[in-house]
Write a protein that binds this ligand. Structure first.
Ligand code: ADP
Ligand code: MG
Ligand code: ZN
Length: 505
């Protein structure tokens, strides 16, 4: 379009010059004047374009996102939780009318390559928001104050872009949040980190809907344990969404997404590929699909065959130092351990398991995620003892089924001992108020041991009376790699023959 107009203008100009020439007039002044006008026009154009370039350059990636939730395979829980949290951005007036404090921050936690960045982008798309991204490491400079200034700029930029693009909201995505938001006072070299984090807290505290524009901060980290607790306080990142490594079913979905536009030979069995890629993240699977296509291309094929995919699995595993899928026996053992935690958790605190999985990487064992509810703050004797029992249940389930424990439960025991100690120093044991100062270190240690021994007995009895359900849960878990809390409860309910034992403690 622009080109056509330019051609017409040039054409008319040329015709005008020819006309002047033919009519015997001197075209020089017209040429000069016209040339000056063109130069001015070009300069002005350069200037405005230069101005925008500066603005755009400052933005990391495009200001709008075209990633949708449909392109993210698996992660159903994370997607649902995130979409629920986003409702307030889609209906800010309703939220305000009800006097609800708008959500300011959502924290995405989980291993690398599981789709956290994708989720944040999809969130922007879903809410029709401006998307502005930065990474924690970009804020860390040797010069004091630079990081804090960048944080300020990031928020201003998000607002300005939303205004310019006529959006009602902007999402600020901060990747590697632990770099910027690590615990304060831990960096010995300088105070730069602290200043930057403080500035982020100030910006988040000051967030409100202005000129009809809402701002939401989405942070991502694979080390939530490193975050300064101040970041997790209400009014800051007060919603956490966990993103786990995909289970078998989710891997199949992700593979389907990333092979959608690739020609697959009839012998390809994506289900088998999903089974063989235990421990792979979404990013690994994307790279696997790409590698398979490259291998097929090198072999002069027009379709990707199963052999290409198999070779690609090996290649990705080698490149990423991924461990081979555990054998069926190993996997069942992990499943028994995790099912032990989950079963005792449901027995003692119904509805307490959010999910149980055997796919957690970077740990010897799997993971039971518990619903974080009120009971976290209710430090009763009972809740302490239940937590301890749940901690011990993994190793005790292994002991019950295999006759011996494995080495993988050291962290569980450490946690159980820490809980017992906390309970005792809170004055919730028979010793009454018992701290190291009042009863002495030896006495305290003995008390911890007594609590652990007593809970060990109780947990052992619960598991022994429920071995059937333990095994059935473990087998299903080993097969599916992950069970949502609801799935687990349905299974347990369907297998309930008699009531679980009530053991006094
Ligand atoms: P993270 O931010 O958690 O490290 P990303 O969102 O950056 O992960 O994902 C990196 C790439 O891996 C994506 O661009 C995508 O190709 C692929 N990927 C990761 N998770 C998924 C998923 N759940 N579904 C589809 N693709 C995924
Ligand atoms: Mg990322
Ligand atoms: Zn455990």
């Amino acid at each position: 379009m622009g080109r056509n107009i330019r051609e017409i203008v040039v054409g008319l100009g040329a015709a005008f010059l020819v006309f002047l020439f033919l009519s015997g007039l001197n075209p020089t002044p017209f040429l000069l004047g016209g040339g000056a006008l063109v130069a001015l026009y070009l300069l002005a154009g350069e200037k405005t374009r230069g101005g925008f370039a500066l603005l755009d350059q400052a933005v990391d990636g495009p200001a709008l996102s075209n990633v949708t939730f449909a392109e993210i395979g698996g992660q159903e829980t994370a997607k649902r939780e995130l979409m629920e949290a986003l409702e307030f951005l889609r209906a800010p007036e309703e939220v305000e009318a009800l006097g609800i404090r708008p959500l300011k921050g959502i924290l995405l936690t989980g291993p690398p390559g599981t789709g956290k960045t994708m989720l944040a982008k999809a969130a922007a798309n879903y809410t029709d928001s401006i998307f502005v991204a930065a990474s924690g490491s970009e804020f860390i400079e040797v010069y004091a104050g630079v990081g804090a200034q960048r944080v300020r700029q990031l928020f201003t930029r998000a607002r300005n872009l939303a205004k310019r693009e006529g959006r009602r909201s902007a999402i600020i995505f901060i990747d590697e949040l632990e770099v910027l938001g690590g615990k304060r006072g831990q960096h010995t070299s300088h105070l730069e980190y602290d200043q930057t984090l403080n500035q982020l807290l100030v910006e988040m505290d000051g967030l409100r809907r202005e000129e009809g524009i809402s701002l939401l901060v989405i942070g991502a980290t694979n080390r939530p344990d490193l975050l300064d607790p101040a970041l997790l306080r209400p009014g800051r990142f007060d919603r956490q969404v966990h993103v786990d490594l995909p289970d078998k079913e989710a891997r199949l979905k992700i593979l389907a997404i990333h092979t959608r536009r690739k020609p697959l030979a009839p012998d390809v069995d994506l289900e088998a590929v999903a089974r063989a890629t235990f421990g792979f993240s979404g990013a690994h699977l994307e790279s696997l699909a790409n590698e398979a296509a490259i291998i097929a291309y090198r072999r002069g094929r027009r379709e990707i065959q199963m052999a290409d995919l198999e070779e690609a699995i090996e290649k990705v595993m080698l490149g990423e130092r991924l461990t081979r899928r555990p054998s069926a026996e190993e996997l069942l053992r992990v499943a028994v351990h995790e099912s032990g935690h989950a079963l005792v958790s449901e027995n003692l605190v119904p509805q307490s398991v959010a999910a149980v999985s055997v796919t957690s990487r970077g740990r010897a064992l799997g993971l039971v995620r518990r619903v974080e509810g009120e009971e976290r703050y209710l430090h009763t004797r009972r809740s302490f003892l239940d937590q301890i029992a749940i901690c011990l249940a993994g190793a005790l389930a292994e002991e019950l089924v295999y006759g011996e424990r494995s080495s993988g439960a050291a962290e569980d025991f450490r946690q159980a001992a820490a809980l017992a100690r906390e309970m005792i120093v809170h004055g919730l044991s028979e010793l009454g108020i018992a701290t190291e100062e009042t009863v002495g270190r030896v006495e305290l240690r003995r008390a911890v041991r007594d609590v652990l021994r007593q809970e060990e007995e109780r947990t052992r009895a619960i598991l022994a009376a429920d071995k059937e359900r333990l095994m059935r849960t473990a087998r299903l878990l080993a097969e599916k790699e992950r069970l949502e809390g609801e799935e687990l409860r349905q299974l347990l309910a369907s297998l309930r023959i008699n009531h679980p034992p009530r053991i006094k403690c």
